[in-house]
Design a protein. Structure first.
Ligand code: GDP
Length: 362
C-alpha cells in the first residue's frame, strides 16, 4: 500500500456526489426530499443549504448536524450531498453523463406497508443496468399501527421507544422488503448489519413525515460515498465545465435558457459552450449564469441572481443565444482554452450514445 497520506490530494478537488431519488408513485419521494431540505434549514445556519437550479446542496456540516452522533465531520472529506430535486425514474434515465447515470448514487423509496410495486421493480432494473449504487429507504414507518413517533430521531432510539408488538410488526415489513430485493438478485439487509455496501444493499427504515431515520439515511449516503466513490469524485475543479441539461425553459427577459447539472469543472459567465441539440451540437456564448435568489430577497424583480462562475457539482441556469433546439438529457461542455472542433466532436459522440440508448429502450 503506497498511500501517501494527508496532502496527497487537494481536498477542493473532491466534488459533491449527485443523489437521485426513485420509487413507486406515492411511496414518498417528494416528501423525503422535502423533509431533508426542511431539516437542513432548521439545523443549519441561515443559508447553510443552498438551493440550486434543479438541485439542493446539503453540505457536510449540515449532514452532520442532522445526523448527530452518526456523522463525525472529521471522518469525511467529501463536501456533502447534492440532491436532484426532480424525483422519479423518468428524470433518472434521461439524465446521463458520459454514457452512465448522472446520479452517482440513489435512494430507492419503498412504502413499508405497500411493499414492492411495478415502478419499484422498474427502478431496480434501471439501477441494475446503470450500475448505480443505491440504498433502500423503507418509508412511512410511522404508519405501523401503534407507532410512537419521535420526531427526527435516529432509528435505534425510536426502535427502543416502541412496544415489542410494534417493532416486530415493523420488522416483518422490513424483512418482506429484504425478501423482495433478494428475489431480484440483490442481497440486502438492514443497513446496520451491512459490512460491505458494494455487495449488499442497505435498507434504512425512515419516515418522511416524522423525520425518524433521516439521520441514518444521510449518514449511510455520506458513508457509502466516502468509502466507495471518493476516487470518482476527484475532479479538476478549475477545468472547463461538463454537465447535463435538466430542462430547456423560456425565461422572461432571458429567452430560452437551459437548466444544467454540472458534474465536472467550472462554468464561467463569459465561457463559450457546446450544447447537445436536436439536430446538431449548438455552439454559443454564455450570456448569464443564474441561481435562484434567496426567497427573502425576491421583490418584483427577477427570481434569479447572476453569478460569475460555479463549480461542480451544482445546478445552474444558463442563458445564451440559440438554445431553442437544446434537449433535456443532452451534454453541455465548456470550450475555454480547448479546440472548438474537439469539444464539438465529444458532444456529437455523446449525442450518438443517447440516440442508441433511446432506441434500445423504445
Ligand atoms: P411520491 O409520489 O413518491 O413523490 O410521494 P409523495 O411524497 O407525494 O407522498 C405521497 C403521500 O404519502 C403524501 O400524501 C404524503 O404526505 C404521504 N407520505 C409520504 N411519506 C410519508 C411518511 O413517511 N409517513 C406518512 N404517514 N405519510 C407519508
Amino acid at each position: 500500500d503506497t498511500d501517501t497520506g494527508a496532502g496527497s490530494h487537494d481536498p477542493t478537488s473532491l466534488r459533491t456526489p449527485i443523489v437521485a431519488v426513485l420509487g413507486h408513485v406515492d411511496h414518498g419521494k417528494t416528501s423525503l426530499l422535502d423533509k431533508i431540505r426542511g431539516s437542513a434549514v432548521i439545523e443549519g445556519e441561515a443559508g447553510a443549504i443552498t438551493q440550486h437550479i434543479g438541485a439542493t446542496a446539503v453540505p457536510l456540516d449540515v449532514v452532520s448536524s442532522i445526523a448527530g452522533d452518526l456523522v463525525d465531520p472529521d471522518d469525511f472529506d467529501l463536501p456533502g450531498l447534492l440532491f436532484i430535486d426532480t424525483p422519479g425514474h423518468h428524470s433518472f434515465t434521461t439524465l446521463r453523463s458520459r454514457g452512465g447515470a448522472l446520479a452517482d448514487i440513489a435512494i430507492l423509496v419503498v412504502d413499508v406497508n405497500d411493499g414492492f410495486q411495478p415502478q419499484t421493480l422498474e427502478a431496480l432494473d434501471i439501477l441494475k443496468r446503470s450500475q448505480t449504487p443505491f440504498i433502500v429507504a423503507a418509508n412511512k414507518i410511522d404508519t405501523v399501527p401503534g407507532w410512537n413517533a419521535n420526531e427526527d430521531s435516529p432509528i435505534n432510539a425510536t426502535y427502543e421507544a416502541q412496544s415489542d408488538r410494534v417493532s416486530s410488526r415493523l420488522d416483518e415489513s422490513l424483512y418482506e422488503i429484504i425478501g423482495n430485493l433478494s428475489d431480484e438478485d440483490f442481497s440486502a439487509d438492514l443497513y446496520w448489519r451491512v459490512q460491505n455496501f458494494q455487495r449488499n444493499v442497505g435498507v434504512v427504515p425512515v419516515s418522511a413525515m416524522t423525520g425518524e431515520g433521516v439521520p441514518d439515511l444521510l449518514a449511510v449516503m455520506m458513508g457509502l460515498s466516502q468509502r466507495y466513490m471518493k476516487e470518482e469524485m476527484e475532479i479538476d475543479v478549475q477545468g472547463p465545465g461538463v454537465g447535463t441539461v435538466l430542462e430547456v425553459k423560456e425565461e422572461k427577459g432571458f429567452g430560452t435558457t437551459i437548466d444544467i447539472v454540472l458534474y465536472d469543472g467550472t462554468i464561467k459567465a463569459d465561457d463559450k459552450v457546446v450544447v447537445g441539440g436536436m439536430n446538431q451540437p449548438i455552439v454559443t456564448d454564455v450570456r448569464a449564469l443564474l441561481q435562484p435568489r434567496p426567497l427573502a430577497e425576491i421583490r418584483t424583480e427577477s427570481r434569479f441572481e447572476k453569478v460569475d462562475e460555479i463549480s461542480a457539482a451544482s445546478g445552474i441556469k444558463v442563458a445564451a443565444p440559440d438554445l431553442a433546439d437544446a434537449m433535456a438529457g443532452a451534454p453541455v461542455r465548456v470550450v475555454r482554452n480547448r479546440e472548438l472542433d474537439e469539444v464539438v466532436d465529444e458532444v456529437e459522440a455523446e449525442l450518438a450514445d443517447i440516440a442508441v440508448d433511446t432506441e434500445e429502450q423504445g
